[in-house]
Design a protein around this ligand. Structure first.
Ligand code: ZN
Length: 91
C-alpha cells in the first residue's frame, strides 16, 4: 500500500512540478528527476532537490515507510535513500 501511494504521489508531483514551471533535473532522488524509465525509478525519488530555487522545500518529501499509509502524510526532511538487500529503498 505504501509503495503504491508513494509511486502515485511521486508521479503526480513530477508532472505538477513541470506545470508550475520547475525544470526536470539529473538528481535521481529528486521528484523532478528527468529520466524516469520505469515505475520502480519512482521509488528512489523521495524529495525535492536543492536546485529548483525553493530552499524552503529543498530536501523535503514524505516518509517512504509511513506508520499508517492510509493517513495524510506531512512534508518532512528526507535524507538520500539507500538501497537495501533485494533492492528495497529506505529513506
Ligand atoms: Zn531536482
Amino acid at each position: 500500500m505504501a509503495i503504491i501511494k508513494h509511486r502515485i504521489r511521486t508521479a503526480g508531483l513530477s508532472v505538477v512540478g513541470t506545470f508550475l514551471g520547475l525544470k526536470r533535473c539529473d538528481e535521481e532522488n529528486c521528484f523532478l528527476f528527468d529520466d524516469v524509465d520505469s515505475v520502480t525509478r519512482l521509488d528512489d525519488m523521495v524529495y525535492l532537490g536543492g536546485d529548483h530555487g525553493l530552499p524552503e522545500l529543498a530536501n523535503r518529501g514524505f516518509a517512504t515507510r509511513p506508520d499508517d499509509p492510509n493517513r495524510v502524510q506531512t512534508i518532512e526532511p528526507v535524507r538520500r535513500p539507500r538501497r537495501e538487500k533485494g533492492g528495497e529503498v529506505r529513506a
